[in-house]
Design a binder for this molecule. Sequence first.
Ligand code: PFF
Length: 462
Amino acid sequence: MENREQWGSRVGFILAAIGSAIGLGNIWRFPYVAYENGGGAFLIPYFFALLTAGIPILILEFGVGRSKRGSAPLSFSRLSKRFEWLGWFQTFLSFGIITFYSVIIAWSINYMIFSFNLKWGDEPEAFFYGDQFLNLSDINGFNFGGIQWHIFIPLIIVWAALFLIISRGIKKGIEKLSLIFMPILLILMVIIVLRAIFLPGALEGLNHLFTPNFDYIVPWGSNPEWGQVWIAAYGQIFFSLSIAFAIMITYSSYLPKDKDVNNSAFITAFSNSGFSFLAAIGVFAAIGFMANQAGSDVSEVATAGLGLAFVAFPQIISEFPAFNEFFGVLFFLTLVVAGFTSAISIIEVVVSSIMDKLKVSRAKATAWICLIGFLISLIFITGTGLYFFDILDNFINSFGIVISGFLELILLGWFIKLATIREENNLVSDFKIGYWWDIMIKVVTPIMLLIMIILNFRNEFS
Ligand code: PFF
């Protein structure tokens, strides 16, 4: 096989994989998804999905990448000529994500700058819902206002930085960045959490997160929408671990052939969940503080979705007892750093697919992908951007991920010899996986995903 670039060290690979996994999904998405889905109740389906789907699929994707040594379309086609399209489908999904993911990073850069003087002032509501900044009031409307220029420049910076890192390649670009950014990310998060848990009211917020409520997640319980909680948990695990998006296959295709994959998958998954919990503790403590300030109940305070990071948080930061600007900058810097290492992995997927297929140079593929990605992402900074954002986000999270995951498991589970992948993985890994893994990949997770696909279609079209 051709000469493929390689990671300089196993630590470099693992940090890059963790860097892809830990992103906006952990800091901004996990807390509000957990919040919307019953707080503590959500953790049960979350762990179920992590252990039965997340980790087994990560092991599968690391194994396929390591042994087939190609971008997703190439790796799939090396498993069977008939599978190449699945790699392209996943590459396409990744590309869809990066078009709006880059915009959220650009917002975060803006907010980081605004934090220096708390630019939203005493009237955060007007700042967000008016036409001053995000135009959140247009979220359901179709309003092709002009480009919002204040987001334009940060967006160019994001894409230029993506180009610079990816064009330098695996070892000098992605690995080096991960070795520097990931420790910084952890330090930033720890500082934020330490501040948040000592705020008055923090405990109330944490209680809401950690009180389990079994009744909320079973068909015979109090919640008629219980199925949604399970769908949300699976969606979160897939999005958060960057699985079924061609990413982990691509990253592991740069591993030396004799490197462990099973252990790496466990380390990646647990680091990712650990970070999510850290973030959720920080966020819920802050929500508790906000409820305390407003004299209301925790459940009345938090806005969900986009609003959590970009409406509730600025408000919370403004109300901090001291060093508000400092913590504002820190919080949004954390979003930028976490988001950027994930964005890198998404672009790498597309670049490596194109390089393998068209045999063009890395520089050329990167330049084209970044240029096209940048142009498409401009849609999301027009007056109607949030409207499209909602549609795309909903499509990818409700359908894209589960369908892509389901197809991957059926094709790899039933149409090739799955046991061969397990045996090859075990040969190079200290930690040996058993037959339980085959059962998760072939039976348990496909059945769960199929139920979710059906529930999703029913929700959408009923
Ligand atoms: N895992 C990243 C996060 O949680 O923010 C996001 C992500 C990266 C999703 C790459 C999908 C993907 F392909």
